[in-house]
Design a protein around this ligand. Structure first.
Ligand code: 5GP
Length: 208
């Protein structure tokens, strides 16, 4: 019995500075074909960030029009800016049977779980301690002090949501964290929706 190609979602959350994008890049080749969902945001680009690669950078007005038009799978306000996931490309990638990876905050994770929990796996990525997070954010020096302070306050709240995630990756060493991420991504691909399980049972029973 041939299985239909199926898509799956892997949500990654964690404080800015936890190393999410570095981990995804380090694991990239090992996890096979995937679609990374590029979010839309109203925050200003950081030095080196590219429109259409890191984010789609838009105005508040444009973002609010998209909300009204129902174009987002989920959106949230983080650190005083809007961030959102566009529905259309995600739907298309899932239809093609791809693993769709989101880098979204805890509010976004809750919404994706509520809407697509059946095919969703999630992991929270964090530096080992608050002290380490502060060092990393300061070393990155892409943000002003006030912005860093806001991110740290946000991280203190977000860390309390770890229990809502399937997995936790403590990023001591990037190589180790990337290995754990590969295992999680492979497991995420194997997740079966209830609908799929029901179909399988039907076929299983029918083919004596
Ligand atoms: P940053 O400004 O550091 O790129 O991202 C700040 C936070 O916004 C991170 O926690 C990141 O995961 C989250 N974020 C990025 N894109 C989205 C999105 O589309 N939706 C939600 N809910 N959060 C997002």
């Amino acid at each position: 019995m041939k299985q239909k190609k199926r898509g799956a979602i892997l949500v990654l959350s964690g404080p800015s500075g936890a190393g999410k994008s570095t981990i995804i890049n380090a694991a990239g080749k090992e996890i096979g074909e995937y679609y990374f969902s590029i979010s839309t945001t109203t925050r200003a680009p950081r030095a080196g960030e590219v429109h259409g690669k890191d984010y789609f950078f838009v105005s508040k007005e444009s973002f609010e029009e998209d909300i009204k038009a129902g174009n987002f799978l989920e959106y949230a306000q983080v650190h005083g800016n809007y961030y959102g996931t566009s529905l259309k490309p995600v739907k298309e990638a899932l239809k093609e049977g791809k693993l769709v990876i989101f880098d979204i905050d805890v509010q976004g994770h809750r919404l994706v779980r509520a809407k697509m929990g059946d095919i969703t796996t999630s992991a929270f990525i964090t530096p080992p301690t608050l002290k380490e997070l502060k060092i990393r954010l300061n070393d990155r020096s892409t943000d002003e002090d006030a912005v860093i302070a806001k991110r740290i306050e946000n991280a203190k709240e977000e860390i309390c949501a770890i229990g809502e995630y399937d997995f936790m990756i403590v990023n001591h060493l990037i190589e180790e964290a990337a290995k754990e991420f590969v295992t999680i991504a492979k497991a995420a691909r194997l997740k079966r929706s209830k609908e799929e399980a029901a179909r399988f049972i039907q076929n299983w029973l029918n083919e004596e």
